[in-house]
Design a protein around this ligand. Structure first.
Ligand SMILES: O=P(O)(O)OC[C@H]1O[C@H](OP(=O)(O)OP(=O)(O)O)[C@H](O)[C@@H]1O
Length: 229
């Protein structure tokens, strides 16, 4: 059985209403889908501004985003913070990434494990720097956790983690202590399919609380040698 594709979940992102299509994952589960690349220029501008405003006080020196849909988020936040360079963690095993740092990921949308890759040539941009990691969605938390591991292996000091949406609450346990670093501009529940209808799982309707940690400059970890892949 498949859901009517016209169904949407109404929510707010950075103070503006959005209607996200509800997409069936299997016979029992569905998700509200945010495709940031389909949301337009003003949406990108708005989320970049909101995330930059939230994290500016932590004085990030470089932004890291995960391919694919974290790329526009990294660009918009970097633009708003006036930072010229950003680092993208990639998923495609390109020729030039043969010796990349690698972490395994199993995201909400994937049936098989993926690999998140950090180009060794980007290590110099991260080593000893205050790093803000961004993505479009944090659901299981697997992608964000892998991104944080890669940044730390490269010697970066993670001062914050930003996302357009948190989805459900599994990420809280997956990120552990790092959940306190995460700020989302909005939150969406997960959906059960009951009698052919998507019904928001009440246990996932509110984002789990996090306690924000502020990192002062003196807390930046000293630069360390990146570990092997
Ligand atoms: O918290 P998680 O369960 O890890 O899910 C969140 C991740 O899933 C999506 O990426 P996806 O793996 O679909 O790749 P894409 O960005 O290339 O679409 C999204 O862009 C996040 O990176």
């Amino acid at each position: 059985m498949h859901l009517d594709t016209a169904r949407t979940h109404e929510t707010e992102i950075a103070g503006a209403p959005v209607a996200l299509p509800i997409i069936q994952l299997d016979d029992r589960k569905a998700i509200a889908l945010l495709m940031v690349i389909d949301m337009g220029i003003r949406f990108g501008d708005r989320v970049g501004e909101a995330l930059a405003a939230h994290f500016a006080a932590l004085k990030p020196e470089i932004i890291v985003g995960s391919a694919t849909l974290g790329i526009p988020v990294a660009i918009e936040v970097s633009r708003r913070l006036g930072i010229d360079h950003y680092v993208i963690l990639q998923k495609s095993p390109k020729f030039h990434l043969a010796d990349a740092l690698v972490e395994e990921v199993r995201s909400v949308t994937s049936t098989a494990p993926q690999r998140l890759l950090l180009d060794r040539r980007s290590i110099a941009l991260l080593q000893g720097r205050r790093v803000l990691v961004v993505d479009d969605v944090v659901a299981t938390g697997s992608s964000m956790a892998a991104a944080l591991r890669l940044v730390r292996r490269a010697g970066g000091c993670v001062v914050g983690a930003g996302t357009i949406l948190t989805e459900g609450n599994a990420w809280r346990a997956a990120l552990g202590q790092d959940a306190t670093l995460l700020h989302g501009l909005g939150h969406i529940p997960q959906f059960d399919i009951i009698d052919g209808e998507p019904v928001a799982d009440p246990a996932t309707e509110a984002a789990p609380p996090t306690e924000r940690r502020i990192f002062l400059t003196s807390q930046v970890a000293p630069a360390r040698k990146p570990s092997a892949a």
